[in-house]
Design a protein around this ligand. Structure first.
Ligand SMILES: Nc1ncnc2c1ncn2[C@@H]1O[C@H](COP(=O)(O)OP(=O)(O)OP(=O)(O)O)[C@@H](O)[C@H]1O
Ligand SMILES: CC(C)(CO)[C@@H](O)C(=O)[O-]
Ligand code: BAL
Length: 302
């Protein structure tokens, strides 16, 4: 485990000298099987996989869960190494943001919709820390989960606009038995709240099922899904169809046969005074990998 930037630099310089390819998996810890799928993919595609564990204060709003974010450090180290991580980089806050740090990295427009509209400043915090980490690791590839689809698009844009040599790879969402996307925040859910949360994959699976059956009307697809959520008295913070290649654009009307849409949801699960915000999404399109992911979700959710 490495905590200092200069130590990481020395270790990775040697890897590069030996022509070892570097894969990078940034995380905030509290590792679960979703993270494991990223680490395994990186390890199977690179000689050296770096996993970072850093709960980044800059991406949490003042009323968000920075203080209570789950921290399971020892267990994280075991999981990451068991699944192929060669290095775990776990810096302190001061190591990442030394005194006098004044810079912010900001991607515009695509950060102002979906989660960005509800978490002001969140993506600036994400892009700032991810660029710092990408500069430190100088990986060939960075692996990010589809669960945070908007985050992937924002980081891709940042890397592209700033001519960053690291290539962004998106890894499919890893799901629980009932289809719920694995997430560190699932640990906040009591047994009852967890039961309630299983409606989220169901709401997406209903859209997936009707889409695969040929339904093209977005209003109709939204209606079916919102009705399902309503049965549990749930109203999503957002449930939207957006264009994959330009998240600023909402899909409206009918989906075309070449539709490349993301259906993204954020749902707050409230139960006995606790409140957990969960996100998820599915991709609708012609791609066979997408279709397979939809079929898998449907099989789990029903
Ligand atoms: N179920 C999942 N499948 C695939 N990748 C995932 C999954 N959950 C998280 N990831 C990815 O793991 C990386 C690190 O995420 P992070 O440490 O924030 O975990 P998380 O489970 O997303 O936590 P949170 O509950 O805070 O959203 C991100 O690229 C994220 O998209
Ligand atoms: C990419 C990331 C590690 C940056 O802090 C975080 O946003 C996450 O875990 O998805
Ligand atoms: N996985 C996204 C990080 C966050 O919600 O802050």
């Amino acid at each position: 485990m490495i905590t200092r930037r200069n130590e990481l630099f020395s270790y990775l310089s040697e890897q590069r000298l030996n022509k070892n390819s570097i894969g990078f998996v940034p995380t905030m810890g509290a590792l679960h099987e979703g993270h494991v799928s990223l680490i395994q993919k990186s390890s199977s595609e690179n000689d050296c996989t770096v996993v970072s564990i850093f709960v980044n204060p800059k991406q949490f709003g003042p009323n968000e869960d920075f203080a209570k974010y789950p921290r399971t450090f020892q267990n994280d180290i075991d999981i990451a190494t068991q699944h192929g991580a060669k290095v775990i980089f776990a810096p302190s806050i001061e190591e990442m943001y030394p005194q006098g740090f004044l810079t912010q990295v900001s991607v515009s427009s695509i950060t102002e919709v979906l989660c960005g509209a509800h978490r002001p400043g969140h993506f600036n915090g994400v892009t700032t820390v991810v660029l710092l980490l990408m500069n430190l690791v100088q990986a060939n590839y960075i692996y990010l989960g589809q669960k945070d689809f908007q985050q992937v698009q924002v980081i891709k844009k940042m890397a592209n606009d700033l001519f960053h040599p690291t290539k962004v790879i998106m890894v499919p969402t890893y799901r629980e038995k009932d289809g719920l996307a694995m997430s560190s925040r699932n640990r906040y859910l009591s047994e009852e709240a967890r039961k309630k949360a299983s409606i989220i994959p169901k709401a997406l699976a209903l859209i997936a099922k009707e889409f695969l059956n040929g339904e093209k009307s977005i209003n109709q697809l939204l209606k079916i899904s919102l009705n399902e959520l309503k049965k549990e008295n749930l109203t999503p913070q957002y449930l939207e169809f957006r264009k994959v290649n330009d998240l600023t654009q909402k899909y409206e009307g009918n989906l075309s046969s070449e539709a490349e849409a993301v259906v993204a949801i954020a749902q707050i699960i409230e139960f006995e005074g606790t409140s957990t915000r969960l996100i998820d999404n599915i991709l609708l399109g012609n791609d066979s990998a997408n279709t397979k992911a939809l079929e898998d979700l449907i099989a789990k959710a029903f």
